[in-house]
Design a protein around this ligand. Structure first.
Ligand SMILES: *[C@@H]1O[C@H](CO)[C@@H](O)[C@H](O)[C@H]1NC(C)=O
Ligand SMILES: *[C@@H]1O[C@H](CO)[C@@H](O)[C@H](O)[C@H]1NC(C)=O
Ligand SMILES: *[C@@H]1O[C@H](CO)[C@@H](O)[C@H](O)[C@H]1NC(C)=O
Ligand SMILES: *[C@@H]1O[C@H](CO)[C@@H](O)[C@H](O)[C@H]1NC(C)=O
Ligand SMILES: *[C@@H]1O[C@H](CO)[C@@H](O)[C@H](O)[C@H]1NC(C)=O
Length: 419
C-alpha cells in the first residue's frame, strides 16, 4: 500500500457526452454537401443548429451552394443560409401530410432580430404532381425551390433534407453587408447605450486594438452605461493606465463568437488581455437561451446583440467584467476542475461502483460535486462534503482501477491513477 500511497493523481474528466446532434458530423458523411457544411461552420450557424432541438436543415448541394457563395460576402451568405434552417421538424412523411397543402415555418433568420414581418419564415406548399415547393413566406414569392430527398433524420430532433435551389427572401441578398472594417464600432456602441465604455476605449487607444482584431474575428462584450454606475464597480480611476487597458481588453475575444457559439462553449475562453495560460480568461455558462460570463470575481449576462456580422460580433453586458487578475482579493491557487454535470456513479452491469465496493477496499475519490442538488437521482446520499473530503485522502486501489471508466447516463468519467 505504501507504493500506492506514494503518489496519487486523480483526474476526473467529465465529458458531457450530450445526446445533442452535431450537424458538421452528420454532413461529413455526405460529400455532395461539403460546401454547405463548410459554410455552416464558417458562419457559426452549425453551433446554433447544435444547440437547438426540433430543427430541419434544407441542404444545398455543392453546385447550388457554390453559385450562392460566389456572389456574396460571408455575412450575406449567413443570412441566406439562416433561412434554410427551419425551427420545426419536417421529414418526407410530414412534408407530404401538410394539412390543407400549405404551411409556413419560422427559420433561424427570424431570431436574428432584424427580420421584419414574415421575411424570416418559409412557405412550404404541396404542389401538383407530388412535389413540395419552398419559398419565402412573403406573399407573392415564388415557390421555385423543391424538395429533392431526405438526407438524414433523427426524429424528432433533426431532419436534413435536400432542396433543389436556395430560398431567397426579398432584399436578403441585396442588403448592404458592411465588412468588419466598415462597422463604426464607437457609433454602434453609443447607439446601444455604452457611452462610458466608448469614452474609455477611445481614451486608452484600445479602440485601435479592437479595430485591428476585427479584421480577423472579434467579439466584444460592452458594459452598458448602467453597468459602470453599479455600486459594486471598483473605482476605475485608481487603476494604472496599463491596468485599465487590460480591463478593456478583457472585454473582447479574438474570434467571431455569436450567441450560438457561446452557448456551445465549455472551455474557458481567452480574451485580448490574456497574457498566459488561464490568465484573464472568461468562463461561459448557459441556461436555456441565456448566456452568462463568469470572471471568477463577478459575472454578467450577455444582454443584447448590437452587431452580428461575420467576423465581428458586439454584445452588451449588464455588468463590468472584473478579472480576478486585477480585482481578485484572494485568488484560490488551484481551482478544482469544474464538472460539466455532476456525475453520478450509477452502477454498470460489469463494473462495481464506488458505492458498492466493500468497506475494506478504498473507493476512488468522488469527483468534486459542484452543487449537491444537481446530482442526478441515484447518486449515493453519502455524497456529502464530509465523505468527499475523506475520500480525497484515500489511496488508489486495484478496485479503483476497475472503476477507471464509468459510463454514466450521458457522462463519462475517466479516472487516471498514477501510483
Ligand atoms: C433528441 O434530443 C434529446 C435532447 O437533446 C435527447 O435527449 C434525445 O436522446 C435525442 N433523440 C435522439 C433519437 O437522438
Ligand atoms: C462536431 O463534429 C465535428 C466533426 O466531426 C467536430 O470537429 C466538432 O468538434 C464536433 N462539435 C462538437 C460540439 O462536438
Ligand atoms: C404559400 O404560397 C402560396 C403561393 O404564393 C400561397 O397560395 C399560400 O397561401 C401560401 N401559404 C401560406 C400558408 O401562406
Ligand atoms: C462613428 O460614429 C461616431 C458617433 O456616431 C461619429 O462621431 C464618428 O464620426 C463615426 N466615425 C466614422 C469613421 O464614421
Ligand atoms: C461533517 O463533519 C462535521 C465534523 O467532522 C460534523 O459535525 C458534521 O455533522 C458532518 N456532516 C455530515 C453531513 O456528516
Amino acid at each position: 500500500m505504501g507504493a500506492m500511497r506514494r503518489l496519487l493523481v486523480f483526474v476526473a474528466v467529465c465529458l458531457a457526452v450530450s445526446d445533442a446532434h452535431n450537424i458538421t458530423d452528420i454532413l461529413d458523411g455526405f460529400p455532395e454537401y461539403s460546401l454547405f457544411n463548410s459554410y455552416l461552420s464558417q458562419t457559426r450557424l452549425a453551433d446554433e443548429i447544435n444547440t437547438r432541438e426540433t430543427i430541419t436543415i434544407l441542404a444545398l448541394n455543392n453546385g447550388e451552394m457554390s453559385a450562392l457563395a460566389a456572389k456574396h460576402p460571408l455575412p450575406v451568405i449567413k443570412k441566406a443560409l439562416s433561412l434554410h434552417i427551419l425551427l420545426d421538424y419536417f421529414d418526407a412523411g410530414k412534408l407530404h401530410q401538410i394539412s390543407d397543402g400549405s404551411t409556413t415555418s419560422t427559420t433561424l433568420f427570424q431570431t436574428t432580430g432584424n427580420a421584419p414581418g414574415n421575411i424570416g419564415s418559409v412557405n412550404i406548399t404541396d404542389l401538383k404532381g407530388g412535389k413540395v415547393g419552398f419559398g419565402s413566406a412573403i406573399p407573392g414569392s415564388p415557390l421555385d425551390s423543391t424538395y429533392t430527398k431526405e438526407v438524414k433524420k433523427i426524429p424528432y430532433n433533426i431532419s436534413v433534407i435536400e432542396i433543389s435551389q436556395p430560398i431567397i427572401a426579398p432584399g436578403v441578398l441585396t442588403a448592404p453587408a458592411p465588412s468588419a472594417s466598415d462597422v463604426n464600432i464607437t457609433g454602434a456602441l453609443e447607439k446601444a447605450g455604452c457611452k462610458t465604455f466608448v469614452s474609455l476605449i477611445v481614451k486608452t487607444g484600445v479602440l485601435k486594438v479592437y479595430q485591428t482584431a476585427a479584421e480577423k474575428g472579434l467579439t466584444l462584450f460592452a458594459p452598458s452605461d448602467e453597468a459602470f454606475k453599479a455600486a459594486d464597480v471598483p473605482d476605475l480611476s485608481k487603476l494604472t493606465n496599463a491596468e485599465l487597458v487590460s480591463l478593456l481588453q478583457y472585454h473582447a475575444v479574438a474570434s467571431y463568437s455569436p450567441k450560438g457559439t457561446l452557448k456551445t462553449t465549455t472551455d474557458p475562453i481567452s480574451t485580448l488581455a490574456t497574457n498566459g495560460a488561464g490568465k484573464f480568461d472568461l468562463k461561459v455558462s448557459t441556461a436555456g437561451d441565456d448566456v452568462t460570463l463568469k470572471t471568477g470575481v463577478d459575472s454578467s449576462r450577455v444582454a443584447s446583440t448590437v452587431v452580428d456580422s461575420t467576423p465581428l460580433c458586439i454584445f452588451t453586458v449588464d455588468n463590468v467584467l472584473l478579472p480576478a487578475e486585477l480585482f481578485g482579493k484572494s485568488p484560490s491557487p488551484a481551482p478544482a476542475p469544474e464538472p460539466v454535470t455532476s456525475p453520478a456513479p450509477a452502477p454498470e452491469a460489469s463494473a462495481p461502483s464506488p458505492a458498492d465496493a466493500p468497506a475494506s477496499i478504498d473507493s476512488p475519490p468522488a469527483p468534486p460535486t459542484e452543487s449537491p442538488e444537481k446530482s442526478p437521482a441515484g447518486a449515493p446520499t453519502s455524497h456529502s462534503e464530509n465523505t468527499t473530503s475523506e475520500s480525497e485522502k484515500s489511496p488508489a486501489s486495484p478496485a479503483a482501477l476497475l472503476n477507471a471508466i464509468l459510463t454514466v447516463s450521458g457522462s463519462v468519467i475517466i479516472s487516471i491513477f498514477l501510483s
